[in-house]
Design a protein around this ligand. Structure first.
Ligand code: NOJ
Length: 533
């Protein structure tokens, strides 16, 4: 592909949840062939690239984030040849490809973990993971080595019955944590990076980037895991965000920079402050880190503005752009987070214009361009380990992972040629399909297409992909008016009454301008306008 310097700085990347995007062989499971067949859709949508969630061989205890072999393709999803065809076709269409790297843990089926289980305490095989002896309880019973909690519920330690040791799993017990102070682990991750770089990928999304290194002696944490999703804070100071983790990214940055073209990495960094996030994107570390504060913010002007301002300020301190995201495969879809029914939809449309106006990179989650809501699945369909480990009290993340509706009027809506999809699709999604929305100029899909087209046009006018500076204008309470130095104005009304439309040439309205007119900005809507820069 032709190289634009810093292409990743303002790229719009579309997250493909591989098993739920498109199924090419009728087994109800999305696959690489399905993605390849739909690349034209992504090009026409107007994104710059796609991020593929894990497609590696996996027993699927955690949706593929339990990886049994990081350098292969799960046979149910394709093959390495199919992967190569997908990358080649994406590049032909001008789309970048990012893959997911899962360095914090493996599947318990990974040959290394199997070898560790058969090996003795103190062996080199066990040293690749975090095996420890337990502590004795007052009654002589064996207790886990420390008080750490699994993100998915319960203790972060599982017993190894044969030897009486315990092993650490910050996620499911089937996802044992690797020991990042072990040289094999360090070398193997680099091998994986090079394996996919050699196959032509443009970059990586790094899973749990803040978690690889733990406090050396694994001391008790001062508190328990907080229920905020992956919201690691001071109470878990020993398990996450250790200073030595940055050395890992400094090494990886050298690997990425040694390849032609600008290969990049974006980190999943769940830390409490913007300053802590910024440390992951210093010039010699990762390129980008998702800004989850925006994703977490309620539909309130102050909360959204503060999330934007704080991220821009802390990122500017290290010379990195912000990476905005409203939804992903771990969070309730923002259409549903912002409110039920029509109000959520109106707000999601407005939020799309805010997201895509912000300076920096943007990451879209498949289906947000269709305005998909979170689905309440029947209990028996739920697969997320959170559901089982919480004793069936927390439903988990399956509701945002339901397959995409492409066409037709009945499930599985063209997602699969077979009768079923791996997660059931709602009966009432006929109006949400790509096909239905493509013929409807007022659809969410057409709003995203228009916004992405205007964003690209603005980029081609401004030339270099440097994030334009942003200024907040005075605005009525509950409104946001941001003005970019390149002349784009984005106004969002988060209040409950109409406000006058700010000055400028109207480019795009999240509400139907034929119904609402162009002089007002109704409640829960947004508009893009142009003014002289
Ligand atoms: C973050 C991923 O996004 C999530 O889906 C997964 O469960 C955990 N990391 C563990 O890999």
């Amino acid at each position: 592909m032709a190289e634009a310097p810093g292409w990743w700085r303002d790229a719009v990347i579309y997250q493909v949840y591989v098993r739920s995007f498109s199924d090419s062989d009728g087994d109800g499971l999305g696959d690489l062939g399905g993605i390849r067949s739909r690349l034209g859709y992504l090009r026409d949508l107007g994104v710059d690239g796609l991020w593929l969630t894990p497609f590696y061989p996996s027993p699927l205890v955690d949706g593929g984030y339990d990886v049994a072999d990081p350098r292969d393709v799960d046979p149910a999803l394709g093959s390495l040849d199919e992967f190569d065809r997908l990358v080649a076709e994406a590049h032909r269409l001008g789309l970048r490809v990012l893959v997911d790297l899962v360095p914090n843990h493996t599947s318990d089926r990974h040959p290394w973990f199997q070898a560790a289980l058969s090996a003795e305490p103190g062996s080199p095989e066990r040293d690749r993971y975090l095996f420890r002896d337990g502590r004795s309880g007052p009654d002589g019973s064996q207790l886990p080595p420390n008080n750490w909690q699994s993100v998915f519920g319960g203790s972060a330690w599982a017993p190894d019955e044969r030897t009486g040791q315990w092993f650490l799993h910050l996620f499911a017990p089937e996802q044992p944590d690797l020991n990042w102070r072990n040289a094999d682990v360090v070398a193997d991750a680099e091998r994986t990076l090079r394996f996919w770089l050699d196959r032509g990928v443009d970059g990586f999304r790094i899973d749990v980037a803040h978690g690889l290194i733990k406090s050396a002696d694994l001391p008790d944490n001062p508190g328990a895991y907080s229920p905020e999703l992956f919201g690691h804070g001071p109470e878990e100071v020993h398990s996450w965000d250790q200073p030595e983790v940055h050395d890992v990214y400094r090494r990886w940055r050298k690997v990425l920079d040694s390849y032609p073209g600008e290969r990049m990495a974006v980190g999943e960094v769940w830390v409490r402050t913007d300053e802590a996030t910024a440390r992951y994107v210093r010039p010699d570390e990762l390129h980008l880190a998702f800004n989850f504060r925006l994703l977490r913010a309620p539909w309130e002007a102050t909360a959204l503005r503060d999330a934007v301002t704080a991220s821009l300020a802390s990122m500017a301190g290290v010379g990195a752009p912000s990476s905005w995201v409203l939804s992903n495969h771990d969070a309730v879809r923002h259409r549903s987070r912002y409110g039920d029914g029509e109000i959520g939809l109106r707000r999601a449309r407005a939020a799309a214009l805010l997201l895509l106006a912000l300076p920096g990179a943007a990451y879209l989650y498949q289906g947000e361009e269709l305005g998909l809501p979170e689905v309440r699945l029947p209990d028996e369909a739920l697969q997320d380990p959170i559901w089982l480990r919480s004793g069936r009290t927390t439903r988990g993340r399956d509701g945002c992972r339901v397959p995409l509706p492409w066409q037709g009027t009945a499930a599985p809506y063209g997602f699969s040629a077979g009768a079923d999809s791996w997660l059931p699709m709602p009966e009432d999604w006929a109006a949400l399909t790509v096909e239905a929305q493509t013929v409807d100029p007022g659809s969410v899909l057409e709003l995203y297409r228009s916004a992405l087209r205007l964003r690209r046009e603005a980029r081609s006018v401004s030339g270099a992909p440097r994030a334009p500076a942003l200024f907040w204008e005075d605005s009525p309470p509950d409104c946001l008016v941001l003005h970019r130095e390149d002349g784009l104005v984005c106004a969002v009304n988060l209040g409950s009454t109409d406000v006058p439309m700010p000055a400028g040439t109207l480019l795009l309205h999240s509400a139907d301008p034929e119904t609402v007119g162009t002089a007002v900005l109704p409640a829960d809507s947004a508009a893009w306008l142009r003014r002289a820069g």
